[in-house]
Structures are given as C-alpha cells and as structure tokens.
Design a binder for this molecule. Structure first.
Ligand code: IMP
Length: 180
C-alpha cells in the first residue's frame, strides 16, 4: 500500500486506473514553491513530506504550457485557472492561429530516494469550451490524435493520451521492476 498525496480527487481517479488498487489518496498540505520547473516544485514537496509521511508515497505536479505564450501558464497553471479560468484562456488566444499547447506531469515518488517521472501530452487549445468531464483546463484542451477535448472523454480515454497517464505508467513500470 502506498499513498498518493494530493488534494485533487480527479488526479487520484486517473492514476488509480493505471496503477491499481495498491494506492490510497491522502491529503497532506505541502508548500508548492514558486519555481521555474515542475521538477523543482515536486522535489521541494517531497523533501517537505518525507519526514511527515510514513513509508513510500508520491505526489504529482502538472501544468499547461501554451506555445505562443512562451509556455505560460506553466508552473502558474493552478493560480491562473483560479484567477481567469478557461474563459480567460480563450480570451487571451482570441484570433490567434497558433493554438499549440502541451500538458506536462511530473510524478514524484519517494522510497528513501526521490524518483521523478515526466509525462508530456501535445495538443491544441480549442476555440470554445467543450465537455463536462474532468477538471481544470480539460474543456479547452484537445490532445494530438483526437478531435475531442479531454472533458469529452471518459477517464480511460483521457489516460491513453494524457501527460498524467504517461507519468503514471512510468511510475507503475518502475514499481514493477522494483518488485522483481
Ligand atoms: P497542480 O499540479 O495541482 O499544482 O496544478 C496544476 C494545474 O494545472 C491544475 O490546477 C489544473 O488547472 C491544471 N491541470 C493539470 N493537469 C490537468 C489536467 O489533466 N486537466 C486539466 N487541467 C490540468
């Protein structure tokens, strides 16, 4: 049994579908520092949590990087979503033809040492809000290879494309190797 330390139930449901019943969600607040990379944010979080959580655990830090905005909101994704939401993102990109964006997910696992696994999902920002599922920027993000937004997909479909689906699979593989 292992803890996924997160306050986000959607993230937990997505990851559980990949790693399986061996994980349990636990909410332990930890500081999310203002850094330039997701890796730094995750590493700081793990170092804070390692003396406060017993046994193996992992956290996840993610963000949306819009090409024409030089990667903004990136590490500010949670704050920007709270401040302006999907309507705000669509407004900023109004009339913009380059709608390329990528989601990134850094899974940070701790078992006495820190292990980071990074997943990337390329895609585009839709022209309108579409779909009711998921969370955050899901209704405006269309992954490469599909025409639907993440919010129009069930979790298994989103996982097949998503940044988190990829980083969770890397963690799963690492755990399986370790067991052998
Ligand atoms: P954090 O990883 O909790 O610091 O926040 C990342 C923020 O990026 C979230 O609050 C969401 O707004 C956004 N985000 C990250 N992953 C996803 C996703 O899979 N779908 C939609 N939004 C996401």
């Amino acid at each position: 049994m292992m803890y996924f330390i997160t306050g986000n139930r959607h993230k937990y449901e997505e990851v559980k579908k990949i790693i399986g019943p061996g994980i349990t969600m636990r909410t332990v607040p930890y500081p999310e520092i203002q850094a330039e990379t997701l890796e730094e944010v995750a590493t700081y979080g793990i170092n804070y949590l390692k003396d406060r959580v017993d046994g193996a655990f992992f956290i996840e830090d993610s963000g949306l990087f819009i090409e024409v905005l030089n990667g903004f909101p990136g590490v500010f994704s949670a704050y920007v979503f709270r401040a302006i939401g999907n309507e705000g993102i669509l407004k900023i990109l109004q009339g913009e033809e380059n709608r390329k964006a990528r989601f990134m997910s850094v899974m940070g696992y701790y078992d006495g040492e820190i292990h980071l696994f990074t997943g990337v999902c390329e895609g585009t920002i839709a022209h309108e809000i579409r779909g009711k599922r998921g969370f955050g920027y899901d209704p405006v993000f269309i992954p490469k290879g599909d025409n639907r937004t993440f919010a129009e997909m069930v979790t298994e479909e989103k996982n097949r494309y998503s940044h988190r689906g990829k980083s969770a699979l890397m963690l799963k593989k690492y755990l399986e190797e370790k067991e052998r």
